[in-house]
Design a protein around this ligand. Structure first.
Ligand code: NCD
Length: 323
């Protein structure tokens, strides 16, 4: 793997390979000493032009557990706020010897621009670009679903054929929804998008998903996973729903709806959650919620991605010895 820019271009087998390596990584994370020597001498740069807590920390933890050196670069307080371009920033990082650049950017397509530009030799990982994609989030979500479905030991090699996922809320502004739709389709899952008409993208008929406009209808259909999305007010210029109270009443997973969900339906959220808006505390804190599991699994999945990007030249035997 040279870069990870999206899930749309991942095949079923490529996706399963990443998830399987993530299982191997997860197995090492229950040991007392979590650190592996695999990426010793490699440098990973976290280049974040947009705010983030969990994704940046997660990539940092993943790189450090593989013994890579990590440089964190956040655009606030850097030369970017003095007007430096993506090109100049990238070339600075290249000069510092970056082997991989993990980039989050407000503009859809920025990671692809970086990967295709020839400005850098490093592998590029998209950590969320505008409303386009967030591939590692979708991979950690799929990893979480697969584990909840089959258990950690029986997950390897398997896809999500027939698994029914409802993705609820601000689909229009969500890169998480997009990455999930493509990946879940590749893995054979069955996806329903649930949103107010104002938050459904115009080109949705081209997506491998069905759309319903009622959360109650989606809950009655008893999905295997209900994924709640954050309302992305920072990406909204106009008004997409009458009021927060109205949104919560119609589209929020409130205690009454939560009660109606089958006992084995898992409740997912990529974080950060707006408690009381798209999700109530009872749902967020219940054993059926996978929110904390998703965060933990995120480290294993990002370890797998960095490993596949940076240790790809090793042979199978070398890497096993390395571990
Ligand atoms: C997501 C993001 O940034 O796209 N968060 C994350 O990576 N944990 C989802 C969101 O911000 O709502």
């Amino acid at each position: 793997m040279r870069h990870l820019l999206d899930t749309r271009s991942l095949t079923r087998d490529e996706a399963i390979r990443i998830l399987d390596v993530a299982e191997d990584m997860a197995a090492t994370q229950s040991r007392q000493v979590k650190k592996l020597p695999t990426l010793r001498g490699k440098t990973v740069v976290n280049l974040f032009f947009e705010d983030s807590t969990r994704t940046r920390i997660s990539f940092e933890a993943a790189a450090k557990r593989l013994s890579a050196d990590v440089i964190n670069f956040s655009a606030k307080g850097s030369s970017v706020s003095k007007g430096e371009t993506l090109q100049d920033t990238a070339q600075t990082l290249e000069a510092m010897g970056a082997d991989a650049v993990v980039v989050r950017h407000g503009a859809s397509g920025a990671p692809r621009t970086l990967a295709a530009s020839g400005w850098i030799d490093a592998g590029v990982v998209n950590a969320g670009d505008g409303t386009h994609e967030h591939p590692t989030q979708a991979l950690l979500d799929a990893f979480t679903m697969r584990r909840r479905r089959y258990g950690a030991d029986a997950s390897r090699g398997r896809d999500l054929a027939g698994y029914r996922v409802a993705i609820v809320g601000d689909v229009l502004h969500s890169r998480v929804a997009r990455s999930n739709v493509w990946l879940l389709d590749a893995l054979g899952a069955d996806v329903t998008l649930v949103a107010p008409p104002t938050l459904v993208p115009q080109d949705v008929s081209l997506w491998p998903a069905r759309v319903v406009y009622s959360l109650d209808e989606a809950i009655d259909a008893a999905p295997d996973a209900l994924m709640m999305l954050r309302i992305q007010t920072e990406r909204m210029s106009g008004s997409f729903f009458p009021s927060e109270r109205e949104y919560a009443r119609l589209w929020g997973l409130d205690p009454v709806r939560f009660q109606k969900l089958p006992n084995d339906t898992i409740v997912m959220h990529p974080g950060p959650m707006n408690r009381g808006l798209e999700i109530c505390a009872a749902a967020a804190d219940s054993p059926r919620a996978t929110v904390r599991e998703q965060v933990a699994n995120g480290v294993s999945v990002r370890m797998a991605v960095l490993y596949l990007l940076l240790a790809g030249e090793h042979t199978e035997t070398e890497t096993k010895e390395d571990r």
